[in-house]
Design a binder for this molecule. Structure first.
Ligand SMILES: NC(=O)c1ccc[n+]([C@@H]2O[C@H](COP(=O)([O-])OP(=O)(O)OC[C@H]3O[C@@H](n4cnc5c(N)ncnc54)[C@H](O)[C@@H]3O)[C@@H](O)[C@H]2O)c1
Length: 262
């Protein structure tokens, strides 16, 4: 699918992988609707982008908040005439916790709910609410394509480390809904691709201490470094443009297989 003159909804678009994706698509002529909890970063980002960008302060764990952002995007699209053809579900959080700690205390159900509500429920709710606005756009090209949905899983979907039960559950689920979503949406000419990154520089990974980050980099097979957000954005771009990428989970991980512990 071509990028220029199409609107892409990007959750988590005010930071890290979502922001790099927004920059990349925007620089190629896309219209970007950025949804993020962080209003101050959102305002900064919008001033950087200038035209062809909108920011909606959104909590993806709230159905009403997503609905408001989608309605806002739809009104904007009515002004611009640039159809919603892509969703990149990038909003996500990590919250480590052993299933039972050294004092025999189980992880709180609230912390499990917190991660699942944002990473899994928030991803599906965003897609669920955006898709009806994509199924009706004019199909384009020889395949009659209408759009692309891109989700972000993680290496933790496959080799989650100690303390990552909630995060791995959320990312494993995102990986496993990729094929059924692609099957549901194939009749509309909408593809679904999930990218599973290993360690990438972002605000999320800035929270790690330097020792933890170094040991994760050491676990990379090659290159032995964190990925750069721009390298992630390149794979998003390829996923948008390459019509044969569908119903699949792409690992972007320098052959890293995460060890049980660091
Ligand atoms: N950076 C990595 O190493 C890495 C690796 C694997 C997967 N991921 C995944 O990539 C995605 C992007 O992460 P990142 O590394 O860019 O982190 P980041 O912290 O830089 O960006 C995440 C963004 O999501 C937003 N967000 C958090 N909760 C939200 C909510 N409830 N509603 C709306 N927005 C919310 C944050 O405000 C932030 O702007 C996440 O899903 C993360 O799990 C990241």
């Amino acid at each position: 699918m071509k990028i220029e003159d199409r609107t892409f909804i990007i959750s988590g678009g005010a930071s890290g992988l979502g922001l790099a994706t927004a920059r990349d698509l925007h620089s190629r002529g896309a219209y970007v609707s950025l949804l993020d909890l962080n209003a101050s970063s959102g305002a900064e980002v919008i001033s950087e982008f200038g035209s062809r960008a909108k920011f909606f302060e959104t909590d993806v764990s709230s159905t009403e908040s997503i609905e408001a952002a989608i309605n806002g995007t739809v009104s904007w699209v009515q002004e611009t005439g640039k159809d919603i053809c892509g969703v990149i579900a990038g909003a996500g959080v990590g919250l480590p916790g052993l299933i039972v700690d050294k004092t025999n205390e189980p992880v709180s159900i609230e912390s499990i709910d917190f991660v699942l509500n944002i990473n899994l429920r928030g991803t599906l709710d965003l897609i669920r609410q955006a898709v009806p606005h994509m199924t009706t756009v004019k199909p384009e090209g020889p395949d009659g394509e209408r759009g692309v949905i891109i989700m972000i899983a993680s290496s933790a979907a496959f080799d989650g480390q100690m303390g990552q039960v909630a995060y791995a559950a959320s990312k494993g689920a995102v990986a496993s809904v990729t094929l059924p979503l692609a099957r549901d949406l194939s009749r509309y000419g909408i593809r679904v691709v999930t990218i599973a990154p290993a360690l990438f520089d972002s605000n999320m990974t800035k929270l790690m201490g330097p020792k933890v980050k170094k040991s994760l980099e050491n676990a990379m097979e090659w290159p032995k470094r964190a990925g750069q957000p721009e390298e992630f954005a390149r794979l998003v771009r390829e996923s948008v443009e390459n019509g044969m990428l569908n119903g699949t989970v792409l690992r972007l991980d320098g052959a890293m297989r995460m060890p049980a512990r660091l």
